[in-house]
Write a protein that binds this ligand. Structure first.
Ligand SMILES: Cc1cc2nc3c(=O)[nH]c(=O)nc-3n(C[C@H](O)[C@H](O)[C@H](O)COP(=O)(O)O)c2cc1C
Length: 201
């Protein structure tokens, strides 16, 4: 299952297919809400699709990798393989990433053709604590680096005190937050356009 959020309409830039992954299983997740906001703020040529089956993945187990991966794993790998770039919204659990997200990344990391290898990834996140989940993002950054992904450098998109920043309908309250997120997505799309011709060499 996936959700199409924004249709690329093109303004001269080549279309970019961005795959979104939220590391939270909660229906009312602030991180999933932040990812949806990011999708809505993406430039017109960016076509955002959100992965929605994190809960279906089995725990990583080498024994489950026979002739073929388990169906939810194969579907997830195909979903991210079809993307030009990836945006991950990462919750913070005990100053680290949630186990479900690490599990997904471990499945995505395995050969052949690991789908995030050589792909640009933007990390975003929010947490109810005062550091906005920045520490968890550094853990994800380290894992993505081992997977051969190209993680957007620079300022973290880590929104602290999540409950104060979202409405009951899980929309961002403040224009300043939307502007910050929009700028981060635009910078990321620019990075993708720069890097894509290089990694396809
Ligand atoms: C097991 C657990 C550990 C947590 N640890 C942290 C933490 O280290 N830092 C923090 O800011 N919030 C922490 N929180 C609170 C989360 O930021 C909060 O539950 C948040 O809403 C989770 O993201 P989500 O809304 O996308 O599910 C923790 C929550 C849980 C359940």
């Amino acid at each position: 299952m996936y959700e199409e959020v924004a249709e690329g309409r093109g303004r001269g830039e080549p279309a970019l297919r961005l795959a979104g992954l939220s590391g939270s299983l909660r229906c009312a997740s602030f991180n999933s809400a932040l990812l949806r906001e990011a999708a809505m703020l993406a430039p017109p040529h960016a076509h955002f699709v959100l992965y929605g089956d994190l809960a279906e993945l089995p725990h990583y187990n080498e024994d489950l990798r026979g002739e073929a991966d388990p169906a939810p794993v194969a579907d997830m790998r195909a979903f991210f393989a079809a993307a030009d770039a990836v945006v991950i919204a990462c919750p913070e659990y005990n100053r680290g990433m949630p186990g479900v997200l690490k599990n997904a990344l471990d499945w995505l990391s395995r050969p052949p053709d690991p789908p995030l290898y050589g792909k640009c990834v933007l990390l975003i996140g929010t947490a109810t604590g005062g550091m906005g989940g920045a520490l968890a993002q550094y853990q994800v950054r380290q894992v993505l680096s081992a997977m051969g992904a190209i993680v957007q450098p620079g300022r973290e998109v880590a929104l602290p005190y999540a409950a104060d920043h979202f409405t009951p309908e899980l929309r961002l309250r403040q224009e300043s937050d939307r502007n910050f997120l929009r700028e981060a997505i635009e910078r990321f799309c620019a990075l993708c356009h720069t890097v894509r011709p290089l990694v396809s060499l």
